[in-house]
Design a protein around this ligand. Sequence first.
Ligand SMILES: Nc1nc2c(ncn2[C@@H]2O[C@H](COP(=O)(O)OP(=O)(O)O)[C@@H](O)[C@H]2O)c(=O)[nH]1
Ligand SMILES: [Mg+2]
Length: 247
Amino acid sequence: MCATCGCGPTDHHHSHDHGHSLGNEQNTGKKIVTVEQDILQENNLLAQRNRGFFEGRNILSLNLVSSPGSGKTTLLERTLTDLKGQLEFAVIEGDQQTANDADRINATGTKVTQINTGKGCHLDAHMVLHAVQGMKLKPDSVLFIENVGNLVCPAMFDLGESERVVVISVTEGDDKPLKYPDMFHSSTLCIINKIDLLPYVNFKVEKAKEYARKINPNLEIIELSCTSGAGLETWYDWLKSKVLLPV
Ligand SMILES: Nc1nc2c(ncn2[C@@H]2O[C@H](COP(=O)(O)OP(=O)(O)O)[C@@H](O)[C@H]2O)c(=O)[nH]1
Ligand SMILES: [Mg+2]
């Protein structure tokens, strides 16, 4: 059990090749600190295993985190379409229910695996390990992992990713970095999406950047719009620069 959100543990050790549906685990409320430490410790070990797998194959793995609806899947659809033939991609989609996002990714012709977390509000390293085992990922490729939409719990769960990318949209309010600091602290890049809507909302880009850098002075920030295409080239340049990094 995640002590922060009460979602289910990864009590899920049998080997299998089906998608995950976790939930209905008991919450007794006893020894909650110990339980959380144990779960995070186990998660961290598996995350290191994932990281070794990715590094050994020079796979750039990006964990996309955000609130629901900030535009993660749309950003992936644009990226996979615009960079088709330039980079090799695969995607893991995380949602509590449905394969809607996997269907959207599949329509771009990209290899995708959907994980359904049931009552769980985040992906964990164990789920990613299983997904990856069935995906036949190519070396020197890019793996996008779209996490469950939630700015809280995914921050605690290392998936073994190379980088964490937090996406916020201008309809969410510019103080999100201050309200959810763990997510911004643990990310390398912050994408501010939906800038086409700036004329209609009370979102101050400079304030959002100031708050984000107050939490994480090293955070890189890219403003873009998946709808208009503004700023996408900067995102693609960032992506390509990461892929070219030596292992
Ligand atoms: N106006 C505008 N809408 C966007 C933009 N990016 C995504 N959306 C819309 O935001 C909604 C949620 O997008 P989605 O990609 O499903 O978000 P996710 O839950 O983070 O994966 C959809 O209706 C998208 O069309 C953008 O740059 N501008
Ligand atoms: Mg999505």
